[in-house]
Design a protein around this ligand. Structure first.
Ligand SMILES: [Fe+2]
Ligand SMILES: [Fe+2]
Length: 402
């Protein structure tokens, strides 16, 4: 029987569950005997700053593929001198397995440019090409490209890939922001997470750069556990990108970052301390707020930052104060922090991905989705819904915005 081999090359910087699922899915769908996972030495078509050394990428691939006998890791590209070109890898495999049929697995972005790769005709002669559509919108574009490539002699398969939202870029950033092993295990095996953290790679010291954030860092470290500090840094990151993308010129990215970093500064204080801090500021609260301790920390944080740390910027304080409850007539910065807290990189709860996608579309879609989630989640758990939240919800869905 003819041997059928899939080839999944890549930087694998680092390898994650998405890569493994892709390899297994293609192997099963196309009924391949094996899939070779081959880490690149020097990727010619992409620059990779922060590239984990080859031996570590290889070791991580081995650990990740270890549970699956149908996946095999090859160091053939890492051992080769100079640039690593796909055509050279395929030729080498063809000499090693003259009777094998080869299937090259590539991402959809690579599929669209594969005819510009070195000796692409030879690639098409040596292997079939397999790619996947991650989104329905991609299918038409890929089908058009398939026709074009077929006219050049390629045999192509376009598979409908099950979406698994994870990328090596996200993992690198998460490590940089202080992710621990448990967190990384959502995206990679525990063994790989442990190994990756031990290399110390992608960890560049403190991620805060501007002076205001740095000023608060010692205080944050004193008041927050490493896990909460990691969350706060993820919210700061997300807040900055929401400000840059949706409120250019309207919300200062530096202020959004600072608010994100500080929003949970009172999250780990005992409830009675939170209440005492709120009372120092003398807020006029609706009685039901006293029944929902989960939202106190935003109010306490704002009071603390105003009374003890000299922050006088009311917009920044409000963004922190209402980050859990939301409220009607929120300012752009308030919306930024509310959304960033709901969909930051570290949020892995069921439904977080849909909320993240809504936020990517528009602020209004993000607000609608996050408030809907919040209201139904609270109702489900029979937690009282404070006036601030239902007013925000009503105003958002009745606004007529799209
Ligand atoms: Fe919070
Ligand atoms: Fe938070």
């Amino acid at each position: 029987m003819e041997l059928s081999l899939g080839i999944l090359g890549g930087t694998f910087n680092p390898i994650h569950t998405g890569h493994i699922r892709l390899a297994l899915y293609v192997q099963e769908t196309l009924n391949l005997n094996r899939v070779l996972v081959i880490p690149d030495r020097l990727p010619p078509h992409k620059k990779a700053p922060d590239l984990l050394p080859g031996r570590d990428r290889l070791e991580l691939c081995r650990k990740a593929c270890n549970p699956y006998p149908q996946l095999e890791v090859s160091d053939m590209e890492l051992k080769r001198e100079g640039n690593s070109y796909t055509v050279d890898t395929l030729s080498a495999l063809k000499s090693q397995f003259p009777n094998a049929s080869l299937t090259l697995i590539v991402g959809s972005d690579m599929f669209l440019t594969i005819d510009s790769w070195k000796n692409s005709r030879e690639i098409f002669r040596l292997a079939q090409i397999c790619t996947g559509a991650r989104k329905k919108e991609d299918i038409a574009r890929l089908e058009n490209k398939k026709k074009e490539l077929q006219s050049l002699g390629a045999v192509c398969h376009i598979l409908d890939l099950p979406v698994f939202e994870v990328s090596s870029t996200q993992i690198r950033r998460a490590v940089e922001l202080g992710a621990d092993k448990n967190y990384l295990s959502a995206w990679m095996g525990e063994d790989e997470a442990e190994y990756l953290l031990q290399t110390g790679f992608y960890q560049h010291g403190e991620t805060e750069q501007d002076s205001e954030c740095l000023r608060f860092l010692p205080l944050l470290k004193e008041r927050l556990s490493p896990k909460r500090l990691f969350h706060s840094r993820c919210v700061a990151d997300m807040a900055q990108s929401i400000a840059e993308e949706f409120f250019p010129g309207g919300v200062s990215p530096a202020k959004a970052r600072l608010a994100g970093l500080l929003h949970d500064i009172y999250r780990e204080a005992p409830n009675k301390d939170q209440l005492e801090m709120i009372q120092l500021e003398g807020l006029d609260w609706e009685p039901v707020l006293f029944e929902v301790p989960a939202v106190w920390h935003g109010f306490a944080a704002a009071a603390f930052l105003k009374l003890n740390c000299g922050i006088a910027d009311e917009d920044l304080l409000n963004a922190i104060r209402f980050h859990t409850t939301a409220r009607k007539d929120m300012s752009p910065l308030e919306k930024t922090i509310f959304l960033a807290d709901a969909v930051s990189l570290d949020r892995l709860y069921p439904g977080a991905q849909e909320l993240r996608e809504a936020c990517r579309e528009s602020i209004h879609k993000g607000m609608t989705a996050c408030l809907k989630y919040s209201v139904s989640h609270l109702a489900e758990k029979e937690v009282p819904i404070v006036k601030y939240t239902w007013e925000a919800f009503n105003q958002t869905i009745l606004s007529g915005e799209k």
